[in-house]
Write a protein that binds this ligand. Structure first.
Ligand code: IVH
Length: 692
């Protein structure tokens, strides 16, 4: 985030405008929490302001967000905090973190005893006051000195009990958020009441916490990170003077309060700051799949005496620091929505955006999944929208920033006809589909089928496919197997290419069932699901004979998907019949059958030894080499499964083996940190030599 350029302010007027924008955004952020500006934009702006002020010290505005007094004038409230609710200073890389640690050591005149690290939860800070164990008052952070009473929200916040399990008089501080599930439910409830969707969970938490008199309730969640006692302990001291931060968190847990310990990434206590690196990496990696938003890691001196010795500034404590992770959400303008027909005939709306950099990548398009989502979010062309890109996930539009609307936004045009062929649309399901189904965009459907991980018919590019379709030589994927040399010569314009393709087609007849099944483009299935289905049933015939119940025996198939797969199989019956007639293999090699045994089977009746990867979850990462050189991830996954293992894409404690090739990144590091066995592609090839 610090790597992003600061806004360049060229003259005094631009400077004043920037100060005004930053103040409005900060007031909204700390006030009702609905800032139209994302963190990164705010950060760029304030850094631009600071840079301008450094070179024009005579002109610093008293309204500048760099001025602590001005910052203190942010919207507060009627309730004065028992002690100020401070902010945190930020670091953005391990060097800065280590400099912070060295600074604290210096102040202490000795090393910090222990550190505590936990997720920095991206919500709204509140203070919860309990008297004799009963929750009596909730106060927002406000400007840090005074906040707003939001006690009306008592009873709607998961993790913040009305009664503690001990009748203590304490103040608990923490973050109010909506989990992803709560956020989805919230927007469903909102739109059902004719109100605009929330643009992101943080805005939803802010709006909900302050709202009174709504006809509906939106549940919130609480994660504590602080415990203060407003009455002295038995020896007259404050609870915080006696307990390490780790112990305070454990105490909160025993009182029945949800804490930062309870997020899937947990917390960590350690003595050497270099140990923070692995934890930070783990949190960063898991961030995209967490059920709540986090924007960094908070690292604290754990011991109360260390905290006391380090002390606090007026804005932030010196004993704690926020390691900020790059923003994965930005706001930008929705320029247009385009509609594409995919290889299965599904209509996919796509958002065209004013380009915006999200976590290091410029995003210009984002998926909108299906037309209902557009309605549910009440998206309009010209809206400021929140765009999220996390990990490898395709960028998504989270929602519009309704507070930033100017009135010039226009409804998103929804097509009445198929944008590809002009025909009718089946809009009876959540996902809309062209009435022609996969025949609508036949080019795409065929191109997918011949792809590297499906039939692997090299040399059939888009222009060849287009020619073959135009010449009526191909109407579905089965027709590929009955193409004549003449048809291929005329489509490719070359005898040599035609012969090459013919040889590939002939080889493709022997592809295992999972690839042929995948090539069909059955809706609700992709590569790994096709492998699971093929492995479960063994033959196309068995798949076709399966009913909904039998299909649900496959991991990842529930009642809805089972029904969809059944409908698809019925639709594809004729194509499957043609494949069989063309002599295409429609069976899957049995798991654990060594390739050598298949070709040299000599009727050995002794029980075969279990395949080498039996019962193991195996993750392949990086570029394969040695005997595995040139293999795609799908090829390696097939190999893993042939050898009895289960191919997986993410590393966890239950991973049995990681195959790490060149340029293996975080997955290998994670395996190392979890103590999971890591082998090179060459070592792996040896383990599964019989199945290669
Ligand atoms: S400790 C005196 N721990 O981040 C320092 N804060 O940007 C108290 N936050 O105002 C803060 N997760 O509202 C702490 N695990 C965590 C946190 C956390 C989120 C918030 C908190 C703070 C803000 C600073």
């Amino acid at each position: 985030m610090t790597d992003a350029p600061a806004a360049v302010l060229t003259d005094y007027d631009t400077y004043l405008l920037a100060v005004e924008q930053a103040r409005t955004a900060a007031a909204a952020y700390y006030g009702d929490g609905t800032s139209p500006m994302d963190d990164e934009s705010y950060d760029r702006l304030t850094r631009g302001i600071a840079a301008y002020e450094a070179s024009h010290p005579e002109g610093v505005s008293s309204d500048s967000p760099t001025d602590k007094v001005a910052a203190g004038a942010l919207a507060g409230g009627d309730v004065t905090h028992s002690t100020p609710m401070l902010s945190l200073d930020n670091v953005f890389n391990l060097d800065e973190l280590s400099r912070w640690g060295a600074g604290v050591d210096k102040r202490l005149g000795r090393p910090v005893r222990n550190y505590h690290a936990g997720p920095k939860i991206d919500g709204l800070a509140i203070a919860a006051y309990y008297t004799n164990g009963k929750l009596e008052q909730l106060v927002t952070r406000g400007n840090g000195t005074t906040g707003e009473d939001v006690s009306h929200a008592i009873g709607t916040i998961a993790g913040l009990p009305d009664l503690l399990s001990a009748s203590m008089t304490v103040e608990i501080r923490g973050e109010i958020v909506l989990t992803s599930e709560q956020f989805e439910d919230a927007n469903r409830i909102r739109t059902a009441h004719g109100e605009p969707a929330f643009s992101n969970p943080r805005n939803a938490a802010a709006g909900t916490l302050r709202a009174t008199g709504r006809a509906y309730t939106i549940p919130l969640s609480f994660y504590a990170y602080g415990l203060l006692s407003s009455e002295p302990g038995p020896s007259g001291d404050d609870i915080r003077d006696r307990m390490t931060h780790s112990l305070l968190m454990a105490t909160l847990t025993s009182l029945g309060v949800q804490t930062v310990n309870d997020t899937p990434v947990g917390t960590l206590t350690f003595s050497d700051l270099t140990e923070a690196g692995a934890y930070i990496e783990k949190v960063a990696e898991q961030r995209a799949s967490l059920p709540l938003g986090i924007d960094g890691i908070v690292i604290k001196a754990d011991h109360p005496l260390d905290q006391k010795a380090a002390g606090s500034g007026s804005r932030a404590p010196r004993w704690a620091i926020a390691y900020k992770l790059p923003a994965i959400e930005r706001t930008t303008t929705l320029k247009k929505v385009t509609w594409e027909v995919g290889r299965t005939g599904n209509l996919a709306p796509r958002a065209e955006l004013e380009p915006v950099e999200v976590a290091g990548v410029v995003v210009t398009f984002a998926t909108l999944h299906n037309p209902n989502l557009i309605g549910r979010l009440d998206l309009r062309i010209g809206d400021q929208v929140v765009v999220r890109r996390a990990g490898d996930v395709i960028p998504q539009v989270v929602g519009p920033v309704v507070s930033a609307r100017t009135g010039s936004e226009t409804p998103v045009p929804i097509p009445a006809q198929c944008p590809e062929c002009g025909g009718g649309i089946d809009s009876s399901q959540e996902r809309w589909r062209c009435l022609k189904g996969r025949a609508c965009n036949l080019t795409r459907s065929i191109q997918y089928a011949v792809g590297r991980d499906q039939l692997d018919i090299d040399g059939v590019g888009q222009s060849t496919v287009t020619q073959l379709i135009a010449a009526n030589a191909v109407g579905d994927i089965a027709d590929l197997f009955t193409l004549s040399r003449e048809q291929l010569v005329s489509a490719t314009g070359s005898e040599k290419n035609a012969d090459k393709i013919l040889a590939r087609i002939s080889a493709a007849r022997q592809q295992p069932l999972n690839r042929v099944f995948c090539a069909l483009g059955v809706r609700g299935t992709g590569r790994s699901m096709s492998r699971r289905i093929a492995r479960t049933f063994g033959s196309m015939k068995a798949i076709q004979e399966a009913d909904a119940e039998a299909l649900q025996a496959v991991e990842g198939i529930g009642p809805e998907r089972a029904a969809l797969v059944l409908a698809e199989l019925a639709e594809l019956e004729a194509v499957i019949g043609k494949l069989a007639a063309a002599g295409v293999n429609l069976t899957e090699p049995q798991v654990g059958t060594p390739v050598s045994a298949v070709s040299t089977a000599e009727g050995d009746s002794a029980a075969a030894p279990a395949p080498p990867l039996t019962g193991k979850a195996v993750v392949a990462t990086g570029t394969m080499s040695g005997p595995l050189a040139g293999m795609s991830r799908n090829d390696v996954n097939e190999l893993i499964e042939r050898a009895g293992g289960r191919a997986s894409s993410s590393v966890s404690k239950s991973t049995g083996l990681v195959v790490a090739g060149e340029k293996a990144g975080s997955k290998k590091d994670k395996a190392d940190s979890l103590g999971v066995t890591v082998v090179t592609p060459e070592e792996f090839a040896e383990m599964v030599a019989a199945y290669l």
